[in-house]
Design a protein. Sequence first.
Length: 80
Amino acid sequence: MSRVITAIFENGVFKPLEEIPQIKEHEEVEIKILAHDEWQKRFNNIIEKIRKKTAKYSPEEIEADITDAVKEVRGKRHGR
């Protein structure tokens, strides 16, 4: 299972801000620490790159390409 959660660092311990039922007590996990403002900066950077590359296409063209890609991936999953 791979999942992103929000946590707070308090008294030397990371405390999740939501319940995580998929993880068993004492299960070892790996944690990647990324401050919220750094995550937001990276996200905004990605969105800006997408906007620059897609500016010449209409929303309808983009939607059609996404729909085709989803169909292709689903077809591959089901061996088509």
